[in-house]
Ligand binder design. Structure first.
Ligand code: TYM
Length: 330
């Protein structure tokens, strides 16, 4: 079973990224043969950014993944831009990716609306590069949060179209979206997903912030005028906290509702804060030491890139041959 996933080196990673994706990466590293995780810096340049900040963010994100438990001996951890096969495959696949399909992508619609100066062509073909990321490794499984569902559907369609047109070459991947926590909502606006790019800081718990900050944000999370710790209509805030608590404690959402039957929102929120602080403590403890050693991070990424390139180069050689591009294979 080959596993692949990507994460952007943008901003600070939050509880949504951790619950929806990162904890699945950690779980996948022993199932994956191999599991490949990519810090996708080339995706991050599709919106306004500062070059120096991009590098800093890349180290921050890589260190956060390592602190979360990714072990470079048990998985491949690589920087997307170190592996030119991703961008080459992106171009080659552009011939079987419909313009109309890219036009339907809801993330493009959302993100293009947020751009002040320029809606780049890169932002439009972003999902095509994402397809190339996965298809270059012939990955079977892609662990992601709910917001990536449409992108995975598109890459499946691209792989199928390629195989129909040029013969069986690519693997059609499956998404792996967690049952609980696939879409962690903003704490202040629980009708919107927790996201780095929209809303106030108070709406998101960062993976790396102080215990005090986390407690404050969870303590002031928006709920409703009711009093029952139960999921239901108009109870998006409470439902979100139930999901977060369930994941942090490793129990089901039904069990959380049973545990807090008759409890007030105040007590429940305090329990959620305790659970989240404990849940994130190991990552927070390990991070500073890992982040400090940039040379070691570069060493890990170089080792990951060398291993990843070998796998991607094999696929690219088959893709080029199937498409009739380049020097014929002997
Ligand atoms: P990115 O960097 O925005 O997010 C990384 C992962 O976090 C998940 N996620 C969430 N899960 C639950 N609740 C939330 N509120 C939440 N917010 C984010 C995302 O679903 C994602 O899994 N396009 C991708 C990066 C990418 C990629 C790939 C992913 C590039 N190539 C190939 C998979 C395969 C992205 O922007 O993720």
């Amino acid at each position: 079973m080959r596993i692949f996933s990507g994460i952007q080196p943008t901003g600070r990673k939050h509880l949504g990224n951790y619950i929806g994706a990162i904890r699945q990466y950690v779980e996948g590293q022993d199932r994956g043969d191999p599991a490949i995780y990519s810090i996708v810096d080339l995706h991050a340049i599709t919106v306004a950014y500062e070059p120096d900040q991009l590098r800093t963010n890349l180290y921050d994100t890589t260190a956060a993944l390592l602190a979360a438990g990714l072990d470079p001996e048990r998985c491949i951890l690589a920087r997307q831009s170190d592996i030119p096969e991703h961008t080459e495959l992106c171009w080659l696949l552009s011939g079987v990716c419909a313009h109309g399909d890219l036009n339907r992508m809801t993330q493009f619609k959302d993100k293009s609306g947020q751009q002040k100066d320029l809606v780049s062509a890169g932002l439009f073909i972003y999902p095509l590069l994402q397809a190339a990321d996965v298809l270059a490794y012939r990955a079977d499984e892609v662990p992601v949060g709910e917001d990536q569902r449409q992108h995975i559907e598109l890459m499946r369609e691209i792989a199928r179209r390629f195989n129909e047109r040029f013969g069986e070459t690519l693997v059609v991947p499956e998404h792996r979206i967690p049952e609980i926590g696939a879409r962690i909502m903003d704490l202040q606006e629980p009708n919107r997903k927790m996201s780095t790019s929209v809303g106030a800081d108070s709406g998101r718990v960062y993976l790396l912030e102080t215990e005090k900050e986390t407690r404050k944000k969870l303590g002031s999370a928006v709920t409703d005028s009711g009093r029952e710790v139960k999921r239901g209509e108009g109870k998006e805030g409470i439902a979100n906290l139930i999901g977060i608590y369930a994941v942090a404690r490793g129990v089901s959402e039904d069990e959380v509702e049973a545990e807090f039957e008759g409890a007030g929102y105040g007590d429940f929120k305090k329990a959620v804060a305790d659970a989240v602080v404990e849940f994130l403590a190991p990552v927070r403890e390990r991070y500073p030491e890992i982040r400090e050693d940039e040379a070691e991070i570069e060493r890990i990424l170089a080792q990951g890139a060398a291993r990843a390139r070998e796998l991607a180069a094999e696929t690219l050689s088959d893709v080029r041959a199937a498409m009739g591009v380049g020097v014929p294979r002997s």
